[in-house]
Structures are given as structure tokens and as C-alpha cells.
Design a protein around this ligand. Structure first.
Ligand SMILES: Cc1cc2nc3c(=O)[nH]c(=O)nc-3n(C[C@H](O)[C@H](O)[C@H](O)COP(=O)(O)O)c2cc1C
Length: 360
């Protein structure tokens, strides 16, 4: 079971715009510098190398691969190795591993390090039934001792920082014990998605629980959940006191979110939303990179969901939906993008008038 389409968009927050925040780059270990402290979340079937590179070019200080199985890495399974296909010049990239056996996790961490990972991250938050029923992902929230052993084994096995990504708890917000176990095991940092496993993706993220965790541990905390623009990033930093923010759904079809947050952290004006022409160029660049990495056939199949995200909630989305099933060549894909941009014409004119500098 995947995540329903309507949950692939973080809920909006109302209220006042928080005051600007200042944050130093986050340095983990000796060499892993996350600058700006804004991270592209691991996302299954999304954060492959074309999207990681695009988000990095837009200002993400770190990107993370989708979760990859410890056994898959250790046994050299094609699918696992492809997920960790780190490209030269991509850096800094984290490799996220899921598993539950400390020895196997340590071996997998060694493989990830040898493949160029700048850090390795342990998945302790995946809520999917098939993952937790085998003791992986969020199931680790209920096993602090195992978590400690996993971090001890992995930290001894590799030189790069070992981090963990967790949720606010299983059913109640009780992640503090597991966070402390990570710390005792030698974790370099912790990411917390402020929803419990039972919340899945419902409701708003609980910022108070992230703040509690920040106060309870002596390692950097990365706040995650519902960050989708510079305002929500400020809110996450302000309310929780976290050291960095991680963006998942807010980056779907919106790699520009990283330059917004980066500019805000630097005290620079927020860049305008991309013009239709800029958007066309960026989407095409994403597609070219996809073709270079995975070839035409796979690009035509997998790029469809990205196109829907790029044009989400606009007339262009409807136009694209009608054409998706017949997209078999790059020319079909490009024509679809042009049609979506054309369908948004009136919207774009209004946009251009309200953002006169956007084309510069
Ligand atoms: C399509 C999708 C795939 C995801 N895959 C992973 C994953 O592989 N590993 C992980 O730790 N979290 C995964 N997540 C969870 C996100 O990393 C993030 O914790 C969650 O979406 C909350 O952040 P957001 O409100 O910014 O979306 C995924 C989320 C989405 C939407």
C-alpha cells in the first residue's frame, strides 16, 4: 500500500509569519557539512539521483537516497545498488538503510560508505504494514535496546556519521527513550518526523514533541514534517529549536523550495516563484537527467508522477492526466509539458503581473 495522492501534499498552516531565524551550517563528524541546514528527505521511488541532483542544485544542503534494504546492499542486489548509485560530484548524500540486525546493518553501512555515502541513516520511521510487520522501520521505536545495538555496530563499522530518522512514537509520543538509545549507541544526529506511526500522514505535525526531543538529547536534531516553504521552515526552527529542517512532500514537483529556504536563512529576499519558462526549463532538465540515468522507456513511465506534482492543483494537471497513458516517447512527454503550460496561460499572466521581476 502506497501513500494516497491526497496525502502527498503537506497541510497548510495559518497564522503569523514567524520572525527570521539564523542557523549555522550543520557539521556532522569531521567532514559532513550540511550547508544550508535544509535537507531533501529520503523518499521511496522519488529521491533517485536525478531528483537528488536537481534539489541539490536548487540549494539542498544534503540529499538522502530512498530507503534501501541492509541485506540487498550486503548481497549486492541490483535494485539496492541502483538506489545507492551515487554520482561523482553529487555530494553530500546520505544513504538510508532499513534493517534490524546490528551485524547486517554494520555490513550494509560499510557497503554504503564504500559507494561514496557522506553519511548513513537508519530508517526507524517507515509506517507501512509490510515493513513494520517484519520488525523494520517504525517497529524499531518499540525496541530501544536493539536500536542501541544497531548504532553501536554501525558507528564502529564506518567512519562517516551514522544518523537515524524516526517518528514521534508508535501510538503515543514516546520517542525520547529511543532517541536516548541512539545517542548512547553513538548516533551523530537524529531526524524526527513529528507524527506517530499510527498517525501515518494524518493531521498536522506535532511541533511540541520535536521541541521536547531537542531538549532531551545532546546531539543535533533535524525537524521534519509539513515544511513546504520558507514560512513553515521558519516555524519549524522557531518552535522546536531544531538544528536543520528536512523537506519531503513540500519538495514534490517543487525543487524551488530549497532556494526559498536557503535565501531566507541567509537573510536574502525570497526568490519569486518560477515563471512558466523557468518551470519548463527545470522540468526538461529533470527529464534529461532522468534519461541519462535510466534511459527513455523508464523515464517515460516514471516521470509521469513528477509531472502531476509539477502542475498540481492547476488546469495543467487535468490536461496532463488525459495524456499520461499515451506518453511513450520524450516528444510525447515534452508535448504534455507544453500543453500543461499552455493550459495555465491565464494563471501565468496574472502571476507575471504580480511578480514583474520573475523573468529576469
Ligand atoms: C512518497 C514518499 C516516500 C517516502 N519514503 C521514505 C523513505 O524511504 N524513508 C523515510 O525515512 N521516509 C520516507 N518518507 C517519509 C518522509 O521522508 C517524511 O518523513 C514525511 O513525508 C514527513 O515529511 P513532510 O511533511 O515534509 O512530507 C516518504 C514520504 C513520501 C511522501
Amino acid at each position: 500500500m502506497g501513500i494516497p495522492f491526497d496525502k502527498l501534499k503537506p497541510p497548510k498552516w495559518g497564522g503569523e509569519v514567524p520572525a527570521p531565524v539564523e542557523r549555522e551550517p550543520l557539521v556532522l563528524g569531521t567532514d559532513c557539512v550540511i550547508d544550508p541546514p535544509v535537507i531533501l528527505s529520503p523518499m521511496a521511488a522519488v529521491t533517485n539521483s536525478p531528483y537528488r541532483k536537481l534539489c541539490q542544485a536548487m540549494g539542498a544542503g544534503l540529499t538522502v537516497t530512498e530507503m534501501v534494504s541492509d541485506k540487498g546492499l550486503v548481497h549486492g542486489a541490483d535494485r539496492a545498488l541502483e538506489m545507492v548509485d551515487l554520482q561523482p560530484g553529487e555530494g553530500p548524500v546520505g544513504v538510508q538503510i532499513f534493517g534490524k540486525d546490528p551485524e547486517m546493518m554494520a555490513e550494509a553501512a560499510k557497503v554504503a560508505q564504500a559507494m561514496g555515502a557522506d553519511l548513513v541513516d537508519v530508517n526507524m520511521g517507515c509506517p507501512m504494514r509490510k515493513v513494520v510487520s517484519s520488525g523494520h522501520g517504525a517497529a524499531l521505536l518499540r525496541e530501544p535496546e536493539r536500536v542501541r545495538d544497531i548504532f553501536v555496530a554501525m558507528s564502529e563499522a564506518v567512519d562517516v556519521p551514522v544518523t537515524g530518522k524516526t517518528r514521534a512514537g508508535w501510538e503515543d509520543t514516546d520517542a525520547i527513550e529511543v532517541a536516548q538509545a541512539m545517542q548512547e549507541g553513538g548516533a551523530a544526529a537524529l531526524t524526527i518526523h513529528g507524527r506517530t506511526r499510527c498517525d501515518f500522514y494524518d493531521g498536522h505535525v506535532d511541533l511540541a514533541v520535536i521541541r521536547e526531543l531537542v531538549k532531551s538529547v545532546d546531539m543535533p536534531v533535524i525537524g521534519n514534517g509539513d515544511v513546504c516553504d520558507w514560512v513553515s521552515a521558519r516555524r519549524m526552527f522557531h518552535i522546536t529549536g531544531c538544528d536543520a529542517v528536512m523537506v519531503a512532500r513540500g519538495a514534490l514537483g517543487n525543487p524551488w523550495v530549497f532556494r526559498e529556504i536557503q535565501a531566507d536563512l541567509r537573510g536574502e529576499p525570497i526568490p519569486p516563484k518560477p515563471t512558466p519558462e523557468r518551470k519548463r526549463q527545470t522540468v526538461r532538465r529533470h527529464i534529461e537527467s532522468y534519461v541519462d540515468t535510466f534511459g527513455v522507456e523508464r523515464t517515460c513511465r516514471e516521470i509521469r508522477k513528477h509531472l502531476l506534482w509539477y502542475f498540481r492543483d492547476t488546469p495543467g494537471e487535468k490536461v496532463l492526466r488525459r495524456r499520461l497513458s499515451s506518453m511513450e516517447t520524450i516528444a510525447d512527454v515534452t508535448a504534455g509539458i507544453d500543453a500543461a503550460i499552455e493550459a495555465n496561460h491565464g494563471i501565468d499572466e496574472r502571476f507575471a503581473k504580480s511578480h514583474p521581476r520573475a523573468n529576469s
